[in-house]
Structures are given as C-alpha cells and as structure tokens.
Design a protein around this ligand. Structure first.
Ligand SMILES: Cc1cc2nc3c(=O)[nH]c(=O)nc-3n(C[C@H](O)[C@H](O)[C@H](O)COP(=O)(O)OP(=O)(O)OC[C@H]3O[C@@H](n4cnc5c(N)ncnc54)[C@H](O)[C@@H]3O)c2cc1C
Length: 291
C-alpha cells in the first residue's frame, strides 16, 4: 500500500493553517493523529495534494471546565481525555467511552477533532456529543461558528465543516446536580469498532423524574444519530425498568442498521435496544448519586 505523492506542511499557528487551507482550497487536507486519514491515503481512497499537519498549532489542545461547559481542544487525544482528572471525576461517560476506543496505539494518536471531523458512523465520539447536547467550534479566516452536534453530523463521513475551516474545540454542557451519563459499546473483540454503541445522558428533577434525556447510537445507521423517539418517551417519566425497556425498544426501531460481518439487521436492532437499556440504567443511577 504505497500512497500517491503529496506535499506536507507543518504550520506553527492557526492563522497560518487557515491561510494555507484558503490558498490551497480543494487540494489541502488537515492531518491530526492520522489514524483515519493515513490509511485512506495508503488505500488511495483519499488523494490530497497537500497535508497540513496540525501538531505544531498552538491553542488546539487542553481540557478545562468553564462556568457552563467542559472544553476539549480538538487535538486532545482519546488517551489524554481518558486520563484527565476532571473527566474521570465528573464525566464518567466520557471516561468509560474513551477507554473503549481502539487499542492503546489508537488512543495515543487519535484525537477528538479528527474523529468527529471524519464522522465515521461506527466511531464512538459522535454519539457522545449528540446525547450530551454538545457543540463544535469551527474557525475560518474571519469566522468562528459554534455548531450544535445535532446539526454537525450530516451524513456518512460528512459534516458541516467547510474545507477552509479548522475544528478548534468541542464544548459539552457542564454537568449539573442530578445529571448523569453512560456509554455502552458492543464489540466483537477488544479494539474493534462498535457493532453498536449507546450513549445516554439524563437530567432528573428533585422528585426523581427525568426532565431531559439525550439518547444517541453508534454503528446502527448511515450516520451517527439521536434516537429522538426514545428521548420523547423518557421525557417526564419516572425511572423504572419498564420505562427503560420501552425507550430501548423505541431506539431499536428507529435504528437503520445494515447487515454486515458484525451481524444481521435484526441482531443490530436488538443490540441497539439492549445497549440503550444498559446505558439508561447507569446514567440514571449516576444522576441519582450526583446530588
Ligand atoms: C485500528 C483502528 C481502530 C480504531 N478503533 C476505533 C474505535 O473503536 N472507535 C473510534 O471511535 N475510532 C476508532 N478508530 C479511529 C480513531 O479513533 C481515529 O483516531 C479517529 O477516527 C481520527 O482521528 P485522528 O486524529 O487520527 O484524525 P486524522 O486521521 O488525522 O483525520 C481524520 C479526518 O479529520 C480531518 N481533521 C482532523 N483534524 C481536524 C480539525 N481539527 N479540523 C477539521 N478537520 C480535521 C482530517 O482532514 C481527516 O479528514 C480506530 C482507528 C484504527 C486505525
């Protein structure tokens, strides 16, 4: 697998990266961890004329909490996020999900920005962002857009990013009291992409009812998607196994899986329901404990 020829540049700051993207629009491609892009180039499924390596660009890293959101820089690796103290302490859903991405090598190199810009329907980050109501920040030469995750993932490998923009950070709503989230992923073997994954985030009221729920699925549609029928069913409900089973069934029906080596359509629908139920149980238990 020998790639075609391409030029390579390593800009030192974001303005320079944006200028290059504008000057070489149509042929330049950003490079972050390279764990999705390099295989595509080797297989000649992508043939960019110029790779713009982001590794020296400052300001795209770091993880911090503001008054209203958790900010994750686009260049943060899955491992850095997994090992971050704020994430481990207050965002268990992200902590458990990042431990399930690929293998240690993938987690050391792969970045959150690269993962969501790539928008593989089998990747884990999109469902986490859809379920939590996250936003994605994209910078152009003279523009900055904050895009809701639900408007960001357009189709298979297609997002709302313009070719002249750089995704700079992801913002997840700061976790309030009585809120919790969980991610369950079914994989054939350790390190595999998901057969199916379910991300669930809930906010409870003081009386224990669910006042807000986000449910999103990995690997069971042509693009990452929010299971809105399950969300509607959960809204206002009192947590119970029956409610969870009903929401799981709704998520399974709304899934649009394709049969492949990971299973039949019927199997994937059943697993979408089951992963949703498991994530609901954990998310609600975590919300109840976070008083
Ligand atoms: C063996 C293997 C197993 C894997 N298993 C999993 C798994 O279980 N779950 C999972 O979710 N993923 C998995 N992955 C994918 C992995 O997480 C990748 O790291 C990720 O998909 C891409 O991130 P990256 O930083 O490597 O991006 P790159 O490969 O560098 O880039 C990917 C795409 O994003 C664009 N891009 C990158 N950064 C930006 C930016 N800041 N702004 C705009 N566009 C940008 C690039 O131009 C390119 O189109 C696996 C990969 C491999 C090779």
């Amino acid at each position: 697998m020998i790639p075609g020829q391409f030029e390579y540049v390593r800009p030192g700051d974001l303005d320079e990266a944006l200028r290059i993207l504008k000057d070489r629009e149509g042929e330049a491609k950003l490079l972050s961890g390279g764990y999705s892009l390099i295989p595509l180039i080797k297989l000649r499924l992508a043939q960019p004329g110029l790779l713009v390596d982001l590794q020296d660009v400052t300001g795209l890293d770091g993880i911090s909490e503001t008054d209203d959101h958790l900010r994750i820089g686009a260049r943060a690796t899955h491992r850095q996020i997994n090992e971050n103290e704020i994430v481990a302490d207050r965002y268990p859903m992200l902590h458990e999900a990042t431990a399930l991405i690929g293998d240690p090598q993938v987690r050391n190199w792969g970045t959150i920005g690269g993962s969501i810009a790539h928008a593989d329907p089998a990747s884990d980050w999109p469902a986490l962002l859809l379920a939590t109501g996250a936003t994605v920040v994209c910078r152009g030469q003279s523009t900055e857009r904050e895009i809701k995750a639900r408007d960001f993932f357009v189709d298979t490998f297609t997002t709302a990013i313009e070719p002249t923009e750089v995704l700079t950070e992801v913002r997840l709503p700061r976790r309030p009291r009585l809120a919790g989230g969980a991610y369950n992923k079914l994989e054939r073997k350790v390190g595999d992409f998901a057969t199916c994954g379910a991300a669930v985030a809930v906010q409870l009221a003081g009386d224990g009812r669910i006042v807000w729920a986000g449910v999103a699925l990995t690997g069971v549609a042509e693009s990452p998607f929010a299971a809105t029928d399950a969300e509607a069913l959960l809204q206002g409900g009192t947590p119970s196994e029956d409610l969870f089973r009903g929401a799981g069934a709704a998520a399974g029906v709304q899934a649009r899986p394709a049969a492949d080596v990971r299973g039949s359509v019927e199997y994937k629908r059943a697993m979408a329901a089951e992963m949703t139920v498991r994530s609901l149980r954990s998310a609600v238990a975590r919300a109840q404990a976070y008083a």
